[in-house]
Design a protein around this ligand. Structure first.
Ligand SMILES: *[C@@H]1O[C@H](CO)[C@@H](O)[C@H](O)[C@H]1NC(C)=O
Ligand SMILES: *[C@@H]1O[C@H](CO)[C@@H](O)[C@H](O)[C@H]1NC(C)=O
Ligand SMILES: *[C@@H]1O[C@H](CO)[C@@H](O)[C@H](O)[C@H]1NC(C)=O
Ligand SMILES: *[C@@H]1O[C@H](CO)[C@@H](O)[C@H](O)[C@H]1NC(C)=O
Ligand SMILES: *[C@@H]1O[C@H](CO)[C@@H](O)[C@H](O)[C@H]1NC(C)=O
Ligand SMILES: *[C@@H]1O[C@H](CO)[C@@H](O)[C@H](O)[C@H]1NC(C)=O
Ligand SMILES: *[C@@H]1O[C@H](CO)[C@@H](O)[C@H](O)[C@H]1NC(C)=O
Ligand SMILES: *[C@@H]1O[C@H](CO)[C@@H](O)[C@H](O)[C@H]1NC(C)=O
Ligand SMILES: *[C@@H]1O[C@H](CO)[C@@H](O)[C@H](O)[C@H]1NC(C)=O
Length: 454
């Protein structure tokens, strides 16, 4: 729904026809009421959690739990994932390899051997890099960080091994855990029920023998930005060579500066900058942004830089305004009709995204390893830059009506708020579509308010 709304908003600039005026309010309203975990640019994106029972024990089983981040561009950053579930019976966890539960719970009913965890609803976290080898298993110990599938599929997998007691000891008596929860580490993911699937086949290192799990079940978790209930975290600003207006991010996109509440943001000229950013003896996980009109931690600037006879060139700059966050392995998803014919992308990696056949206007950009894959915090403002060279398609190319600006941008999978279409830089002498699109936005808002009130 969000996609429809945004592309419609984009087309206000192109056509400004009556359909947009009629459709906009409808779609605008749906944007605010939709709760579906559906992302049009990554429609089957999910995190799959697979439990492979690899042996039965006298009182339960040993299982390898593996998480696959199948999402094209959404990753899990430090401090990493937290996976929880509810046991169906009175199971306990004797031991975990390559992970640990966050709480042991009440194990007072045990004498002698004490389990690792006796909670009915355990939560597991990954171990940190550098964990001793005898506590590791394959694909563990990255501190819960999972890269996105398009960027780095090898590191989009995380595993731990559980030794479960007081559980069933055959595939008839074992009961599947329920109510899976995945935090990253905040909200946003919803997990379905565990489903028994065909047992996984494992191929030995020498590729000459195949073994298989005794029993396997899968759980699928999907993300919704709506559920994460985040205020926007990112905004877009625009400029062009043909008009010297710089269209800034909309004011208060991610919050408003509150002059009466000191500490809501930081003035970079503040003499106490260092002590405000990392107050001695305090946890510093809450974001702290530089004071701007938009108050967003991330701004993406799209500058239409040059045109040649056959080509045109855009400069993209991502700026980090969050003093407390270095964005490692960041990525950008950009939708623009000319992404069907990109000639060259400088300084960033590029991959076209084709969630379904026929869609060819979307691409994913991310940093080059060890060069600009880390978007450092806003000490002296951290930023990364790239230029993209497009080949003009004579039938559609124009600088008129905002065509050269992106239709949609995501940073790390979260939608970046665009300036209103009627604020886009114009070509000198552009016809006055302004009144028309202003009118349609106004009508849209009014109709939406009316619909919500009824
Ligand atoms: C999860 O993602 C995988 C890989 O893209 C896909 O094969 C599978 O169908 C997805 N599952 C769901 C329930 O969407
Ligand atoms: C349990 O194992 C038996 C073979 O031992 C197999 O035939 C059956 O399909 C399995 N059932 C499930 C639910 O995995
Ligand atoms: C699963 O979660 C739902 C909603 O939070 C709750 O009502 C239900 O009792 C839970 N089931 C178990 C087995 O804990
Ligand atoms: C279960 O998950 C694994 C790993 O993602 C996948 O290979 C397998 O196809 C899934 N099975 C089903 C039935 O979805
Ligand atoms: C600013 O902060 C003060 C104190 O926390 C609060 O009472 C006031 O409502 C805030 N104003 C705005 C515009 O958020
Ligand atoms: C970000 O990276 C810089 C340079 O690598 C480092 O000095 C700084 O402590 C990091 N900041 C955070 C919040 O991790
Ligand atoms: C991209 O898709 C559009 C519309 O489906 C089509 O007209 C265009 O030729 C496609 N471009 C390429 C390079 O395939
Ligand atoms: C890009 O455009 C050129 C010239 O129009 C064309 O020859 C080329 O095939 C196009 N590339 C793609 C991937 O469509
Ligand atoms: C540049 O674009 C702005 C709209 O953002 C418009 O108000 C202004 O008149 C344009 N300047 C020229 C020289 O056309």
């Amino acid at each position: 729904m969000v996609s429809l709304w945004l592309s419609t908003a984009g087309s206000v600039v192109h056509r400004g026809d009556f359909f947009t005026i009629l459709l906009l309010p409808l779609l605008l309203c749906t944007t605010f009421t939709s709760t579906e975990a559906y992302d049009a640019l990554d429609p089957i994106g999910n995190i799959t959690i697979k439990w492979d029972v690899i042996s039965w024990t006298p009182d339960g089983y040993i299982a390898v739990v593996t998480m696959y981040n199948f999402q094209q561009y959404r990753h899990i950053q430090a401090p990493g994932w937290i996976l929880g579930w509810t046991w169906a019976k009175k199971e306990v966890i004797w031991n975990v390899m390559g992970g640990q539960t966050t709480e042991q719970g009440d194990c007072s009913r045990f004498k002698g051997n004490i389990p690792h965890c006796c909670k009915k609803d355990p939560t597991v976290v990954d171990l940190l890099p550098g964990t001793p080898y005898n506590q590791q298993i394959a694909n563990c110990c990255s501190g819960g960080v999972l890269t996105s599938w398009a960027q780095d599929p090898e590191n989009a997998i995380s595993s731990f091994q559980l030794s479960v007691g007081s559980a069933g000891t055959t595939n008839k008596t074992v009961k599947l855990p329920k109510n899976f929860t995945l935090k990253a580490p905040g909200p946003g993911y919803t997990c379905g029920p565990a489903k028994i699937v065909k047992p996984t086949k494992f191929i030995t290192k020498d590729k000459r023998r195949t073994t298989q799990a005794l029993m396997t079940w899968n759980v699928t978790c999907t993300y919704s930005q709506f559920l994460a209930q985040k205020t926007p975290t990112c905004c877009v600003s625009l400029s062009s060579f043909y008009n010297n207006t710089v269209v800034n991010c909309p004011t208060c996109t991610c919050g408003c500066q509150n002059k009466t509440e000191p500490g809501s943001c930081v003035d970079p000229n503040s003499p106490h900058l260092a002590s405000v950013v990392s107050p001695p003896g305090k946890a510093t996980n809450t974001p702290l942004v530089r004071c701007t009109n938009h108050m967003c931690p991330i701004r993406v600037h799209w500058h239409v830089k040059l045109q040649y006879k056959e080509y045109w060139r855009v400069k993209i700059t991502i700026t980090n305004f969050n003093y407390r966050m270095n964005y490692s392995q960041w990525n950008l998803v950009v939708q623009h009709p000319n992404f069907d014919n990109v000639t060259q992308v400088f300084s960033f990696n590029f991959k076209p995204l084709t969630p379904y056949v026929g869609l060819n206007d979307t691409g994913m950009l991310w940093g080059v390893k060890f060069y600009n894959d880390l978007l450092t915090s806003a000490g002296p403002l951290g930023n990364v830059q790239s230029e993209v060279l497009f080949r003009k398609d004579k039938s559609s190319f124009t600088f008129d009506k905002g065509w050269a600006f992106p239709r949609r941008i995501y940073f790390n999978g979260d939608n970046c708020v665009m300036p209103p279409p009627d604020a886009y830089p114009w070509l000198p002498n552009a016809s006055s579509k302004l009144i028309f699109s202003l009118l349609s936005t106004l009508l849209g808002t009014l109709a939406c308010v009316a619909m919500l009130l009824t």
